[in-house]
Design a protein around this ligand. Structure first.
Ligand SMILES: [Zn+2]
Length: 90
């Protein structure tokens, strides 16, 4: 009976790891793409400059949040209020 405990522990860790990974992926997918952001907030795009939907600031930085073998996943975050505005991938 005692020998099954390490196995149970490993199964639990693997399960939690996959759940966390899936959660992170869904969280990323819930962030709008640039096109969606543009469509939802046309007032935030002026003269090819993007401004923040929350505070109007136009100091936006790119933050790398993940990497797959083919792409790099980024989110664009407002430097003024810290809100995530949209996502992109390269
Ligand atoms: Zn902002």
């Amino acid at each position: 009976m005692a020998s099954i405990l390490p196995l149970l522990f490993i199964v639990a860790v693997v399960y939690l790891f996959f759940r966390m990974f899936r959660g992170a992926k869904n969280k990323y997918a819930n962030i709008p793409t640039f096109l969606e952001y543009k469509e939802d907030n046309p007032e935030c795009i002026k003269d090819r400059k993007v401004s923040c939907l929350h505070c109007g600031g136009n100091n936006i930085f790119l933050k790398q949040v993940g990497k797959t073998p083919k792409t790099i996943l980024n989110v664009h975050v407002c430097k003024t209020c810290g809100e995530t505005l949209y996502r992109s991938s390269i």
